[in-house]
Write a protein that binds this ligand. Structure first.
Ligand code: BYC
Ligand code: FE
Ligand code: FE
Length: 475
C-alpha cells in the first residue's frame, strides 16, 4: 500500500501522486466541494478556529491528530485501511474467489448505485445540521458537531474517490451530482427519506447521531464485507470515524437524561417543563420519531436488490465472517414479522434468508440501540423518576416496507387511520413540543466550561484537555 502523502493538495494513501489523471480529476472536483461546504455547511463558523481531529494516517497512532483549524482549510483526505493479504470474497456465488481490485463489468451499475447512495447521505447530514451552531449548549458540544460535520465531509470524499477512480465518466457525473442535491429541496432532494428531514434542534441532533449515524455503522459494516476490495477498505476506515459519531449521540442523550433525572430528583412534583429540562415525554417522542425514520433506512424487508447484491458478493451481512453458515443462503430461512392477513395484528413468516437481508441488518441495528435505552432507564430509575423509555414497535410510523400501510401505536396495537391522525401527536413530536425544545435553546452557549440548563457536562474533555477548554475560537 502507498504510504500517507500529506504534501499533496489532497492528503491520501492511495498513491494519487503517481496517478496524474485521477489527481487532476479530484483536484478539479475539490473547489466545487469547498464551494458546497461554504454554501451548505455550518453557518456562521467558516472563519472560526475549531479544535478538530484530522486523519493523517490509518494506523492506530496516526489517524487522530488534533489542532485548531478553520473548517474550509480542513485537510479532507482519502484514506483506505491497510489491505488484507490474500483476501477472498466472503459470501455469495463467488465466495472463496480472490477479491476484486477493479470493478467487474457485470457489477458496475449495482456498485455505482450503492456507492452513490452511501455518498449522498454524507453531505446530506451536514446540510441538515448546518444551523445548529447558533444554539449549541456548550463549546464542547459545538466542537463535537463540527467534528462530525467535517468527518461526514471526508466520507463524501471517500465515496467520490471510488466514483472517480473506478467508474470513469459516469462516476464523475455522479460525483458532481452529489454536490448538487440538497437535503429537503423540493426539486433535487437527497436520495433517502431520513436525510430530507430537518435536524432543527440539539435533541434532534443527538437522536440523529445515536440512531441515524448508527444506520451508517451497519451499512458500512455490510459494505466492509464487499468483494470489491477498495470499497471494503474505504468502509473499514470510515467505521473508525463512525464510532465517534455514535459516541456523540450516545453520550449526548445520556447527559440529557442525566440532567433530567438530577433535576426531577430535586423537584419530583413540579411540571418538568417549568424546570428548564427536556421532560421524559418529549424525549420519548423524539426517540419514537428518529428510531422509526431510521428503521426505514434499511429498506424494504423483502428486497431483490439486497438479495442480488449478496449473491454478487457486493454487500454482505453484519459480521459476515463470524456467522456460521454456508454464506450463500440458497436454502436457509430467516423469520420476519409482517402484518397478518386481513390486517389485524402481526404474524411471523419464515422467509428465504436471501430475500430478507435488509430485515436481518435492521434486527442487528435494533439489538444495538436497545443498549442505550437500558442505560437511560437505569439513570432514571436510580433518580427515582417513575418513567420507562421504550423503543416503539417496529411497525410504528413506517413509510418503507410491509408496515407502510398499517397504523400502529408505539406498543404495536393496530389502529384505524382516523385514530392515528387523531393521536399521532401523543407519540411523535408536535409543533408545540418542538417549540418547547427550541425555547430551551434560544442562543449559543459560548463561554468555555458553561453548559445549557438541559444537559449535564461530560466527564472529560477532548484530547486530554479540560472540559472548560476553548474548543472554538470565534472570528
Ligand atoms: N428512502 O428493496 P428496497 C450513513 C428505495 S447512513 C427513500 O426497499 P434496498 C450516514 C431504494 O433505494 C447509511 N428511498 O431497498 C448516517 C430502492 O430504489 P430503486 C447509508 C428508499 O435497495 C448519518 C427502492 O426504494 N448507506 O452513512 O434493498 C450521517 C426499493 O428498495 C428508502 C446505505 O444506505 C428510504 N428510506 O435497500 C451521515 C448503503 N429505502 O433502487 C451518513 C447503501 C429504500 O428501486 N444503500 N428506498 O430506485 C443501500 O444499501 C440500499 O440502497 C438501502 C435500500 C439499504 C438504502
Ligand atoms: Fe458518514
Ligand atoms: Fe457518521
Amino acid at each position: 500500500m502507498a504510504s500517507v502523502d500529506l504534501n499533496q493538495r489532497i492528503p491520501n494513501n492511495v498513491g494519487l501522486g503517481d496517478d496524474r489523471r485521477l489527481r487532476r480529476a479530484l483536484e478539479a472536483w475539490q473547489p466545487a466541494y469547498v464551494e458546497w461546504w461554504k454554501e451548505a455547511g455550518p453557518v456562521g463558523l467558516q472563519t472560526s478556529d475549531v479544535y478538530l481531529r484530522t486523519a493523517i494516517d490509518v494506523d492506530t497512532s496516526g489517524w487522530a491528530h488534533y489542532d485548531y483549524v478553520k473548517m474550509p482549510d480542513y485537510r479532507w483526505g482519502i484514506f483506505l485501511a491497510a489491505p488484507t493479504a490474500d483476501r477472498v470474497i466472503g459470501f455469495g456465488d463467488r465466495a472463496g474467489e480472490p477479491v476484486w481490485q477493479e470493478v467487474p463489468g457485470e457489477h458496475r451499475g449495482a456498485l455505482r448505485r450503492i456507492i452513490t447512495v452511501q455518498g449522498d447521505t454524507e453531505p446530506a447530514s451536514v446540510e441538515q445540521q448546518r444551523h445548529l451552531g447558533a444554539t449549541c449548549p456548550s463549546l464542547y458540544d459545538l466542537r463535537a458537531l463540527l467534528q462530525v460535520n467535517v468527518e461526514e465531509g471526508r466520507h463524501l470524499w471517500a465515496m467520490v474517490y471510488l466514483l472517480h477512480a473506478y467508474f470513469g465518466r459516469d462516476g464523475r457525473d455522479e460525483a458532481d451530482a452529489l454536490l448538487e442535491r440538497r437535503s429537503g429541496d423540493a426539486d433535487r432532494p437527497r436520495i433517502l427519506g431520513a436525510f430530507n428531514e430537518a435536524t432543527s434542534d440539539w435533541l434532534a441532533f443527538f437522536m440523529f447521531t445515536y440512531f441515524t449515524d448508527r444506520d451508517g455503522k451497519f451499512q458500512l459494516a455490510a459494505l466492509q464485507e464487499s468483494g470489491f476490495d477498495p470499497l471494503a477498505r474505504t468502509c473499514r476506515f470510515m467505521l473508525k470515524e463512525e464510532s465517534y459519531h455514535m459516541y456523540v449521540g450516545e453520550s449526548g442523550l445520556t447527559r440529557i437524561v442525566q440532567r433530567t433525572a438530577d433535576v426531577l430528583r430535586e423537584s419530583p412534583d413540579a411540571d418538568p417543563r417549568s424546570l428548564g429540562i427536556i421532560d421524559p415525554e418529549t424525549f420519548q417522542k423524539y426517540l419514537n420519531f428518529h428510531y422509526s425514520v431510521t428503521l426505514d433506512l434499511f429498506g424494504a424487508e423483502v428486497s431483490t436488490n439486497s438479495a442480488n447484491w449478496y449473491s454478487m458478493g457486493l454487500k454482505g451481512r453484519y459480521r459476515e465472517g463470524r456467522i456460521d453458515d454456508d454464506h450463500r443462503l440458497d436454502s436457509s430461512t430467516y423469520s420476519m414479522l409482517r402484518p397478518a392477513e386481513g390486517r389485524t395484528g402481526f404474524e411471523t413468516e419464515e422467509a428465504p434468508a436471501l430475500n430478507v437481508l435488509n430485515e436481518r441488518l435492521r434486527d442487528d441495528f435494533i439489538a444495538d440501540v436497545e443498549v442505550g435505552v437500558r442505560k437511560w432507564n437505569r439513570i432514571l430509575r436510580e433518580a427515582g423518576v417513575d418513567v420507562e423509555l421504550r423503543l416503539p414497535h417496529r411497525a410504528f410510523n413506517r413509510r418503507i416496507g410491509v408496515f407502510r400501510d398499517v397504523h400502529v401505536t408505539p406498543e404495536g396495537e393496530g389502529i384505524a387511520e382516523e385514530e392515528w391522525r387523531r393521536r399521532e401527536g401523543e407519540w411523535l413530536p408536535t409543533a408545540r413540543d418542538r417549540g418547547y425544545v427550541a425555547s430551551l435553546m434560544p442562543k449559543a452557549v459560548r463561554e468555555p466550561g458553561r453548559f445549557a440548563s438541559w444537559i449535564a457536562p461530560p466527564e472529560r474533555g477532548v484530547d486530554r484537555n479540560p472540559v472548560a477548554f476553548e474548543y472554538v475560537r470565534f472570528a
